[in-house]
Design a protein around this ligand. Sequence first.
Ligand code: DAH
Length: 339
Amino acid sequence: MSGDSLKNDLTKVLNEATELVQKTGNLSDLEKLRVKFLGKKSLLIQLMKSLSNLKGDEKISAGKELNNAKKIINDLLIDKKLSLTDSKNNLKDDFDLSMPGKPSSIGSIHPITKIMNQAIDIMESLKFECVEGPEIEDDFHNFTALNIPDSHPARAMHDTFYLENNFLLRTHTSSVQVRVMDQKDPPIRIIAPGKVYRKDSDITHTPMFHQIEGLYIDKEVSFSNLKSIINIFLKTFFEEDDLKIRFRPSYFPFTEPSAEVDIEYIDNNGNKGWLEVLGCGMVHPNVLDIANIDSKIYSGYAFGLGVERLAMLKLGITDLRLFYENDLRFLRQFQRTEI
Ligand code: DAH
């Protein structure tokens, strides 16, 4: 095998292969061509076998020529195969260009999530840092550290879902206060949004609902600071400068004094009423002391917002359960609106 005659042979083979592959109109003929040009008995493969008779540079350059030719033929065969299979599919006679396409539906953000994000945005603009805590809690973080000892009647009020080994589903986001106070030194200025769980189900209660906890601890934090932040938040959230807000004395074991906050609303018949939207108060000194924060130096306020309450008021919804029935007719109403 001399260099020149090899080149001639290869040029012939390549020309023949190109011509025949081009002419082929079906896959079985194409397979025959593959055997003819690249099969064991093909000229190309025979030549490759006889390479061992050559030496040195001659062997190297002949090897390159042969490999190159093999690659060209292989590519020709692949390209042809693709074009044959493609045109085969496209020619299916049941393909109807005039058929309408299948509609694809786009998901959207749940109204409760939208409301929650809005509330978070407002609080973040007031320089509260957003943090998260676990939904599976222990007795200590959900109750004991919040000044609710074992036999305290407030435990009964919470209708807790208990799990094994002293774990439970958190009944309020106040448990996150305890976790943050464990990890950080004052000043602390956080909100903690999330799901909470209670064994309760009727028109105004679902076993899972959402709260946003707020906590601010520093030197000389006062009840008027608390009132002002709540006023700013509610007026911004409801976009109403003259919103009527009422602080009503209340009791929570973890705050002293404590209050519940109501806002005035007008129902569909034009009747006015007050509706509770959050609980709040000055952090109880016992809670600070349990968290190793010196209650003689530091004071703080805390609040817990009911997200579903805010949503019902803002969206004019009277049955809370609608939020969780996953009825698309209900959910679609909020799909495109900026609520
Ligand atoms: N954790 C209370 C509840 O779920 C709400 C609450 C009241 C949170 C007063 C607070 C607070 O932080 O200070 O009913």
